[in-house]
Write a protein that binds this ligand. Sequence first.
Ligand code: F6P
Length: 542
Amino acid sequence: MSSTLTRLPEWRALVEHRRGTVFDLRELFASDANRFARYSIAHGELLLDYSKHYLTDETVRLLVALADARCMRDWIRRLMSGERINTTENRPVLHTALRANAPVMLDGHDVTQDVAQVRAQMRRFSEALRSGAVKGATGRPISDVVNIGIGGSDLGPALAVEALAPYAAGQPRVHFMSNIDGAHVQAVLANLDPHATLAIIASKTFTTQETLTNANSVRAWLAKAVGPRTGEHFAAVTANSQAAQAFGVGKERIFEFWDWVGGRYSLWSAVGLPIAIAVGMDEYESMCDGARGMDEHFESAPLAHNLPVLMALLGVWYGDFHGTATHAVLPYDMRLKRLPDYLQQLEMESNGKRVTRDGEIVDYSTCPVVWGAPGTNGQHAFFQMLHQGTQLVPADFIACCKPHHHLPEHHSILLANCYAQTEALMRGKTADEARVELQAQGLSSEELERLLPHKVFPGNRPTSTLLLDALTPHALGALIALYEHKVFAQSVIWGVNAFDQWGVELGKRLADRILPELAQDTRVTTHDSSTNGLINYTKSKW
Ligand code: F6P
């Protein structure tokens, strides 16, 4: 039996539309000189060009009808008004309240007042650190801050600190330690002076194995240099203040956030502290303002002109009606090189679900594999497959009109490549065009025919291009919020809960079981033969 979603007439209409329409991008551009104007939207310092997609006005109409049938508007209202839409954890989802400029009521209490208090605490602490006023136990000013966290407690701040490096004062330097791999711990600490280092333990739960193990190792490293007063070298960002205090972090250095902030949506909470330390609180708040502008757009723009909704619908259109399995994110900006990592968690942890909110097993595709790397590097690695491989891979190209550096020639080359790639993916090269080129090279007809199939590009490969005026804190905030809302809008179409992540639990539990087995002398026999074999083989090498 088919699911509630695929039984909808709006879904069936899209199936028919897909079946009955040939989407030939070259042809669509040839027949409409205004296609870019028709299918691009400028909002603030962002421009979305979605003209290089398999769509006509009818496609947009049908996709928007699907969004309406899934009550998109109402879901946006439910999200922003603090309804308990994370039903498996019985929590509201209020990351938008973290950047709101009007009261947001939760159980009769305006949560923006709590947010303002923590913001003030972040401002005081980040300014004190930046001015050199915060000293370690032995009296040295703090020159380096290490954020110890993983997943949502790492990826967002790490992305933003890297993206906004031109805004950083340089002091203190901010580093990120996430992996339980001791090599990561050693690499981060290698060039740091414990007397002048402060660690922020960022963990919503304060129970995450990687983060707490790393924090303990950092504490031992600090203790060797500064003795027992290691507490003066720590701060914590958490929803579990008691556990942070038990670790030894002073109350005044604990920055709270709340269970209504999902980990992967938390960089707008005190999890953003490393950003404020790196670029200053004013720039951090400018980032939040950029995100709020996108919230307002998401809430108010008609669905057919609503950037996050359109991006969401395009993803559904390809994944569910054209069978694509992956989605590439290709920033043509080295400072956004961590964006694909960040979006992997945002998209795949949110919408990588196989049952609906009501527990129904879906009979359609939900979240694709999200992957990517910065251009132009990717062009010299995997773009071959994008152009001539057998899979259709929709892609987001992201670039900034103005750079922050003073090498204009580099920027022109970068952008020329970005635009050339989307053009090449769209147009391709026909056999006739390839033949003319080969003939011009004076090849024998035999050699020409031999090479011809290799020189043809099928084209018709869809892409979006997102242009930022410049990579400012404000624009970055808008960009991140755009993707957050895209993910939510897709969850509405697919009917899944975007805010839980039960799929990460099983592996954690099994690791807890294997850890003591790695220490025991006897051979392990409690698992399947592969897992037993791997554990026992490893121990034979220790
Ligand atoms: O294991 C997944 C996860 O729970 C993510 O959702 C979260 O961002 C990450 O771990 C870190 O969690 P915490 O901030 O509680 O340490």
